[in-house]
Design a binder for this molecule. Structure first.
Ligand code: KG4
Ligand code: ZN
Length: 360
């Protein structure tokens, strides 16, 4: 399935300073390509791999095969809808990691070959950093956070609270010790018999349910770290117990169960954010990653901005889940700093976000 952004015409950016970045993202199960003109997105095409639905999670081997099939049409579509010829491009940015090795290799080798063929600079991008820096995409309706700010990255693979001092100077203050928050959503959904990815479905049913119908105990984790595996087990035992008493329990209570799960997860995230603000005295809060599409966390953050006086930054929906536009903005920012890669670069399944010490 393809999602398209409407191309934007930017007459005032045509000139020598104009940087056209082709960005490629293939870290997990979405093949995406985007074209940016400086900080503005001209196109952002995402091919979502439906094949994993039947398996209840991403199957790495199937993901890399699907990336191989999708990458050329997706890049072609991105150039077409941006109305940009590949000869006009200034650089190729791609996701180097973290992610699934097979998936990353498809995007990495494709980007390297394209850069070599077109004799263009190559820019390697850290996926998690891109979720944070997506806030710097220039868009009429959004404002970028000022430095320093706190970023909570909440996705299917990560849950982190990061102190962002500058574009490439970030410090992880806390992270999950086991499952990521997206996994907590997806695994809970699986327990309820919902297909993968279950996060958006829990969100959908939660809107119709009572968030206090059922209560689940929250994990007790010190500091700014998270843990979600206990919650998942708690939900599993609760559902098994109730289904024993009433085999139709899930069907009869789906909305309330989803609302209660979402309520608990959002409360866990918000508790840690409050702690982080107290600890750092930084009250500019940005969220990023697929779970920032969740309506519960979006509402809780908007409310917190009123009650606690925080300034909150929530990305546009299409820049929350995996997309190449966020890779493109980091590509542009690295281009400005001359942070290019050479043809020896390789994909990295594990890749800590960059700070002043490890920026290449
Ligand atoms: O950032 P992302 O697209 O991929 C990774 O880098 O992991 O995040 C995917 C995760 C999945 O776990 C998915 O269920 C979750 O984001 N997600 C949501 C929602 N939309 C996506 N979780 C809860 N509510 C949503 N609306
Ligand atoms: Zn992601």
């Amino acid at each position: 399935m393809f999602y398209l952004c409407t191309p934007i015409f930017i007459p005032n950016l045509v000139g020598k300073e104009t940087i056209y970045t082709l960005a490629i993202e293939s870290s997990c199960d979405d093949t995406s390509a985007a074209v940016l003109c400086n900080k503005k997105v001209l196109s952002n095409v995402v091919a979502t791999q439906k094949i994993h639905e039947a398996y209840g999670g991403v199957v790495p081997e199937l993901a890399s095969r699907a990336h191989q099939q999708n990458i050329i049409p997706v890049v072609h579509q991105a150039l077409m809808s941006a109305n940009i010829d590949k000869k006009q491009l200034s650089a190729i940015a791609f996701t180097q990691g973290p992610g699934l090795m097979g998936s990353l290799l498809v995007g990495t080798s494709f980007s390297k070959s394209l850069a070599m063929g077109l004799q263009l600079p190559l820019i390697a991008v850290n996926h998690m950093q891109a979720h944070i820096l997506a806030h710097f995409i220039e868009d009429e309706n959004t404002t970028a956070p000022p430095f320093p700010f706190l970023a909570m990255t909440i996705s299917g693979g990560h849950t982190q609270i990061v102190l962002v001092k500058d574009y490439f100077d970030m410090e992880i203050l806390g992270e999950t010790l086991d499952d990521a928050v997206g996994e907590a959503f997806d695994k809970s959904a699986k327990i309820l018999g919902l297909p993968y990815p279950g996060g958006p479905l829990i969100d959908k049913y939660a809107k119709l349910g009572n968030p206090t119908a059922f209560s689940f105990s929250k994990p007790k984790v010190d500091g700014l770290n998270f843990s979600f595996s206990g919650l998942k087990t708690g939900i599993l035992y609760f559902v098994q117990r109730e289904v024993k008493k009433n085999p139709n329990f899930i069907a009869e209570n789906l909305n309330d169960i989803c609302a209660s799960i979402q309520h608990t997860i959002v409360a866990i995230l918000m508790d840690k954010l409050k702690k982080a603000v107290k600890q750092t005295q930084v009250s500019h809060i940005a969220i990023g990653g697929g779970v920032s599409a969740n309506s519960g966390i979006r509402t809780a953050l908007t409310n917190a901005s009123k009650t606690h006086g925080w300034s909150t930054y929530i990305p546009k929906f299409e820049y929350c889940t995996d997309n190449a536009a966020m890779i493109g903005i980091v590509g542009y920012l690295k281009h400005q700093k001359g942070l290019f890669s050479d043809q020896n670069i390789t994909a990295k399944a594990r890749y800590a976000i960059e700070n002043k010490k490890n920026t290449n």
